[in-house]
Structures are given as structure tokens and as C-alpha cells.
Design a protein around this ligand. Sequence first.
Ligand SMILES: [Zn+2]
Length: 149
Amino acid sequence: MRCPYCQHDNSRVLDTTHDSQGGIRRRRECLDCGQRFSTYERAILATPLLVKQDGAREEFDRDKLLSGIRIACAKRPVSATAIERLSGEVEATLQSMGRSEVSSRVVGDLVITGLKNLDQIAYIRYAIVYLGLDDLESIREEIDRLLEV
Ligand SMILES: [Zn+2]
């Protein structure tokens, strides 16, 4: 850690404390000028890049996820809060995977699972687009599966 007073590269750690947010504070003393300073270290959760079916990478886009869920929930009794919570949970799950890349399918699967518990019509709408259910037969199979539960 570079000294903020003289830019010397080496310092000695005097003490280390952990705070309640999981951060680490270190009190340091510069080995060159002897000035003391503190550093604060905190983990930043990163959202993995999404790998699409064609192999292209794209950044996770919270707004895009939200609008996809909103469209599926249009005119359904699902509150804006519930939609935002679902989107937040999907993002948190992605971050907790601790990976640099995940298949974009993971996102779709998480949304589908969440919508299934939230609203079955919204779920079917999302599934038609996301699972590519493009004929009545496969849509009916999906609905039958829902009715069995
Ligand atoms: Zn210094």
C-alpha cells in the first residue's frame, strides 16, 4: 500500500480491525517517512458476465431484466415491489455464485422459478418467450405440468 504522504511503497501494519460490514481496516506506518495512515478493504460483489447461446458475452442489465419481468406481469396482480424483489434476488443469486461468467440461461431459469411462485399467468407468458414454446402443444404440456403441482 503506497504511502499517501511520500508515495513510498512499503508500510508496516500496526493493527487490523474488522467492522460489522465485513470490511477490514488496517492502521499503517510508512517505512520511509514514518507517517501513519489507515486503509480500508471491502469485498465488492461482481455480477458475472452473461454468455449467450451464440457465445457472445454481455453485461448483466438490471433494467432489461426488470422490463422482461414487467412485461410478463402486465395486468396481473403482481406488485411493482414483488417484481423488483424478484429482479434483486436474481441479481443477488448471480453475484453469490462468485463466477466471472455464467450462461444467460441461468438468468432465465431463475426468473422462471421466481415467477412460478409469484403468478402462474406471468410464468406462462415468460416461459412461452424464454423456453421458446412456439406451439400450442408444448404450451399445453407446460400448463399441464403446472396443474399437476
Ligand atoms: Zn511515507
